[in-house]
Design a protein around this ligand. Sequence first.
Ligand code: BF8
Length: 635
Amino acid sequence: MNNKVSFDEAVNELLPVARKEKIKTAWDRYEAQSPQCGFGLLGVCCRLCWLGPCRIDPFGEGATAGVCGADAHTIVARNLIRGIAGGTASHSDHGKHTLHTLIDLIEGKAPAYSIKDEQKLKNVAAKLNIETEGKDLMQIAKEVAAVTLEDYSRQDSSVGLTWAKQTLPAKRVEKLKALGAMPHNIDAAVSEIMARTHIGVDADPVNLLLGGIKCSVADYTGMVLATELSDILFGTPQPLLSSANIGVLKENAVNIAVNGHNPVLSELVCDIALEMKEEAAKAGAKEGVNIVGICCTGNEVMMRRGIPIATNFLSQEIPVFTGILDAMVVDTQCIMPALAKVTECYHTELITTMDTAKIPGATHIEFHAHSGIESARKIIKMAIEAYRHRDPKKVNLSSHKVAAFAGFSTEAIVGALSKLDAQDPLKPLLDNIVNGNIQGVCLLGGCNNTKVMHDNSFVTIAKELAKKNVLLLATGCASGALAKAGLMTPEATNEYAGDTLKAVLTAIGNAVGLQVPLPLVLHMGSCVDNSRAVAVATALANKIGVDLDALPVVISASECMSEKAMSIGTWCVSLGFPTHLGVVPQVLGSSIVTEVLTDKVKDITGGYFIVETDPKAAAEKLLEAIKQRRRGLGI
Ligand code: BF8
């Protein structure tokens, strides 16, 4: 098999180490799965009841319906929206965990936590229409928590989700309500999908897709509240300099990778790591404890603390092959169960921490907000112990490490712009969009996928769009890829940005005192932090009195894979954005579903999916979508 599987040379260099040791990685497992099931790829396989499994012959020569009579359109639509429900459940579960940590704090049951950003709490309260005058912080937090909890528990279906209504433009909220796509309760939106896709319920593909749109609004809601409550508890990110790629592991430190999504644990691990420096030194690790990140937990701690990011989703097994990763601590989502087998061949401890996310072969250290400090200590002790058992024969150091700026929260972006216009911070951004110096904005997000070369599409699309003066934002594993590729630096702006974009990023860089341009790609955080990009877009839309679907803002998920990516992609379309997918979604078995997603949905939400697997062609299509929007605005 080809050893050049990635744009990231650190991956290409360490993969042969695994092959030599006969350890399988995601790329080998993908090959073993190939050719993948054609029915599954088209979405025409139904396993929802035990009459089946049923599958539809895509050539029309065999079965045209399952045993119950569901045809390809029904089956494809049901499969898709179940994926959206899965993604929504995941994000909203993350949000709920953060909410319950806040509630524990308010009730005095989470002594390790505090309100780190008081101003953010007040701003959030104001956004949720909670009066703050004369109230102490804990009272405000209590009321924010109560309003948030209602979005998970409201029974009155005539009332929409508060967080969605208060964070989206009024016109969008009205549109969603008119479509019947404004949920009243996040959990109810998920269970509604599960109920309507049971055998013998909703068979109308278009009605099912509308259900998917409604659920995706619940997904957006779970994400925005997860981001905002995390900022309250852990601080709102501000620009900082960090580093990226596997070379961030240090030979003379106890290396711990935090992997997953939830900052509730990783924040404590980072705090306690500082305290346990001496203990690590006693074990021989002169440089103490070195925390690095993987996937979205990595993005969370990078954004707030400048913790370096080692790698992203698809290459999460790779750091183990350096032989100097002492522990990988995982929380939830996108954690490959394969890590247990890979770490078994090394001294690396794999530690799971959540009741709902255990992996056979890993050590489980239960983590709860009330006893988090003890768990974090146990985890670090275990890593220190593992450090003593490193096998020098298995050490393969990687020199791949680049600088990466992160921390571009909405507040940080507005703060930087305010240096150009203190009274009206959005004006410089808007003026530069109107005069064409910035053609539009593209948010690069989403996963990695073995179906395309690792990290390659993100980098190609980013460079193509930057050349055409498109402002680039990134989240999730896209930001991991772009950070590792060195595109989150001022040097990348100088090298790849079109002249007018470069001038704008330089002007802002100078205004904030950097004396260099802002980075080519602004790191906005983890996947739940896609909500930060919506906040910027909403502020722009509100300023000029339009809905989100009028803005020259596009989304690209060029290596999408997870159910969470399905739900995010769907809400991007529900909110009105042209949304690129670089991997073919499993819907082609239904002409109706395919047509709705790529075309007809435009008429109802303004957004639509662009499916294009060639990254250069994708960049052209995204640019064309931006130009169309500009024409619509008459600019
Ligand atoms: O939430 S981008 S592979 S790590 S699902 Fe997962 Fe996809 Fe990465 Fe972050 Ni988002």
